[in-house]
Design a protein around this ligand. Structure first.
Ligand code: SI3
Length: 292
């Protein structure tokens, strides 16, 4: 475990009301993360980016926008996973050719692939690229749960340097930490960050840090300086905020709150919801409660 824990926002993708990609809005969210949130890095093309609903070309465009807009100011991780392995390999190559040093991939999903097939998928993605891989473990959405033994087998590929762990199995997280002190473990359930900090995570990657990075950073700093009580107090406020966001429909609401902050974050893409009047009112309430 490293001393300085890193905070990554999972970048959102802005869409126009016709569901085409909104480049300007996406750039504005990147800038807000760099200039205001002062995150250490951005996770590009993950769940928060609504990436599994994008075409290959749109996913590539988002990597390019992020690479250009950040211009080396923060770390970048490109999530390239896809149930279409050819697409995943194409995206990995595209991102690495752009200059990304780290990629990430969700396991192949929907079909019940065997572990050997999953391992082969990671090895194939990495075969043609000179990059590090962070496995994206998110069993609740991907349907793929990896055991400690299976992580051990995946780590046989030396390009696999860590895990983005969006999983609430704290025993497995502790077992991973103990077995692999040198691997990077990034925690992905923002509302449980306080419970992961003592387990020696290397940082956190999440959607809510787009708006809540300062509070999360303060929590990490309090934890690292031994002020556990303060760290809990901060997490309690964050949890009120996160649960309010979730109650109001998470991704569209983060975008609505961004709008209140003057960041033109656009819409989420169908089948996700466009804002209803109630959602707009809810987002205003959240803004007034936590940002004023
Ligand atoms: O973009 C990404 O892939 C993520 O950051 C995933 C991240 O773990 C988020 N998970 C999902 C499914 O959105 C969390 O940040 C999550 O939104 C948050 O903890 C609220 O539940």
């Amino acid at each position: 475990a490293r001393l300085m824990k890193k905070l990554y926002a999972a970048l959102m993708t802005a869409f126009n009301d016709d569901d085409t990609l909104n480049e300007q809005g996406t750039r504005e969210m990147i800038r807000y993360n760099i200039d205001h949130n002062r995150v250490d890095g951005l996770y590009i093309g993950g769940s928060t980016g609504e990436s599994f609903m994008l075409s290959t070309e749109e996913r590539e465009r988002v990597y390019k926008i992020a690479f250009e807009e950040t211009a080396g100011a923060v770390d970048l991780i490109a999530q390239v996973g896809s149930v279409n392995l050819i697409e995943a390999k194409t995206l990995a190559k595209y991102a690495v050719d752009l200059g990304y040093k780290t990629i990430s991939a969700v396991p192949p999903f929907y079909y019940k692939f065997s572990f050997d097939q999953i391992k082969d998928y990671y090895d194939q993605i990495l075969e043609d690229v000179d990059a590090e891989m962070i496995i994206y473990s998110i069993p609740a959405l991907s349907g793929v749960s990896l055991s400690l033994d299976q992580f051990t087998k995946l780590f046989e590929n030396k390009k696999i340097v860590g895990v983005k762990y969006t999983n609430n199995d704290f025993l497995l997280l502790q077992r991973l930490r103990a077995a692999y002190p040198e691997k990077k473990l990034y925690f992905g359930t923002d509302e449980m960050l306080i419970s992961a900090l003592p387990l020696g995570i290397d940082g956190a990657i999440g959607s809510t840090f787009n708006l809540n990075a300062k509070r999360a950073r303060a929590e990490i700093t309090a934890f690292e300086s031994g002020d556990i009580k303060k760290a809990f107090e901060i997490q309690n406020v964050s949890n009120d905020f996160i649960l309010d966001l979730i109650d109001n429909d998470l991704y569209p609401t983060i975008k609505l709150v961004f709008e209140e902050l003057g960041v033109h974050a656009g819409y989420s893409k169908a089948p996700m919801s466009k804002p209803t009047p109630e959602m707009r009112e809810g987002a205003k309430r959240i803004y007034n409660k936590y940002f004023k």
